[in-house]
Design a protein around this ligand. Structure first.
Ligand code: HEM
Ligand SMILES: N=C(Nc1cccc(CNC[C@@H]2CCCN2)c1)c1cccs1
Length: 361
């Protein structure tokens, strides 16, 4: 075990220090110190700058992320010293407030204490800090079907939702494998955007909205062999995530039939491409609404162009680009982007983000 950690630590320290332009004397001294610490305690602690740069490297290595051009502008919040529930909740509310920034979204990551023994010191049960509940009712599913299991977990902890299609779920935090605690997010901290099309009525009477900031809270951050099981991170949305998946998928909010009907499209034949027309108008509405409310969002064409620049920057830096084509292509008009017509090596480079076993079932 320690040999693997030695090697991972050495790889990271060398690359990190080289990228930060540190003199080799300092790197050698740091390597010796880390080696000694691992031999004595079985782990080692990252310095502040190793943590900051390591988190940025993890974003840069995220093969499925089209937004990596801005990897070096990540706002890193060091929360490794927090031990009490109240402080962890406060740090999560702080993350929501700081990253939302009134709509001018700041890509941010908050890093809680690393795994030392086997039990994770802090685990966040939420998939995203802000997400809508899903309820199984006799007249069908209300809210986000993706949230059914987590909503049930929250209810078993005593949480009760209002029962609407857009009930923000509570934050759920578990310390050292003990009983998880939950905390509702103050409504004033949750910036939301009403979705409206600039020219058409897409939804009839139905009020449709979505939250401004996607904050992934259930992935494990690995840096130099050290694991951080709680390291929530946010960027801004690419419009298709909301318009082509969250509001469009049949197993999500499934709005395409309703939109087609309101647009007077012929839904009896596939060849009328009514689904495609409904998709395009919904995505126009999403981009228009976020821009109208001053909330950062990127369309998939601009995002692809930014990714092209990232590809060029990485080549200039003489780093091998890795990527997962199947996730990098946008779900709407993929062949209209350069990504579709290129191949990417899906090798896993550390530091990186990984899935982990959900802490509830
Ligand atoms: C700044 C704006 C950003 C945009 C527009 C963006 C866009 C995206 C999109 C569209 C996906 C695919 C998600 C899906 O299809 O469900 C993705 C995946 C991902 N992004 Fe980014 N991203 C951004 C920032 C970030 C940041 C700040 C991080 C971490 C520090 C990050 C890490 C990741 C990871 C780890 C994945 C893969 C998730 C998985 O495997 O489930 N991204 N990104
Ligand atoms: N724009 C974003 N989107 C994003 C990024 C990573 C992961 C996810 C959620 N992906 C899971 C969903 C559910 C199945 C397929 N997509 C969204 C960001 C979220 C956090 C930082 S950027």
């Amino acid at each position: 075990m320690n040999n693997a950690l030695h090697h991972a630590a050495e790889q990271f320290i060398q690359t990190c220090h080289q990228e930060l332009g540190k003199p080799s004397t300092e790197t050698q001294a740091r390597l010796k110190e880390v080696k000694r610490h691992i031999d004595q305690f079985g782990y080692y602690e990252h310095t502040d700058e190793e943590l900051v740069h390591g988190a940025k490297m993890a974003w840069r290595n995220a093969n499925r992320c089209i937004g990596r051009l801005f990897w070096n502008r990540l706002n890193v919040i060091d929360a490794r010293h927090l031990q009490k529930e109240a402080d962890v909740f406060q740090a999560l509310l702080n993350h929501i407030e700081i990253s939302t920034n009134g709509g001018e979204i700041i890509p941010t990551i908050t890093i809680f204490q690393p795994e030392m023994a086997q039990v994770a010191p802090v685990r966040i049960w939420n998939h995203q800090l802000i997400r809508y509940a899903g309820y199984d009712t006799p007249s069908g599913i209300v809210g986000d079907p993706s949230s059914l299991a987590f909503t049930r977990a929250c209810q078993s902890l005593g949480w009760r939702g209002a029962g609407t299609h857009f009930d923000p779920l509570p934050l759920v935090v578990q310390l050292n494998g003990q009983t998880p605690r939950w905390l509702p997010i103050p409504q004033e901290l949750i910036l939301e955007v009403p979705i409206l099309h600039p020219h058409h009525d897409l939804f009839g009477g139905l009020e449709v909205k979505w939250y401004a900031v996607p904050i992934i809270a259930d992935m494990r951050l690995e840096i130099g062999g050290i694991n951080y099981p709680a390291a929530p991170f946010n960027g801004w949305y690419m419009g298709t995530e909301i318009g082509a998946r969250n509001l469009a998928d049949e197993t999500r909010y499934n709005l395409l039939p309703r939109i087609a009907a309101n647009l007077g499209l012929d839904t009896r034949s596939n060849a009328s491409l009514w689904k495609d027309r409904a998709l395009v108008e919904l995505n126009i509405a999403v981009l228009h609404s976020y821009k109208h409310h001053g909330v950062t969002i990127v369309d998939h064409h601009t995002a692809a162009q930014q990714f092209k620049t990232f590809e060029k920057n990485e080549a200039k830096a003489e780093r091998d680009l890795t990527g997962d084509w199947t996730w990098l292509i946008p779900p709407l008009s993929p062949a209209a982007t350069h990504i579709f017509h290129q191949t990417y090596e899906n090798a896993i480079v550390s530091p990186n983000f990984f899935y982990q076993q959900p802490p509830y079932h």
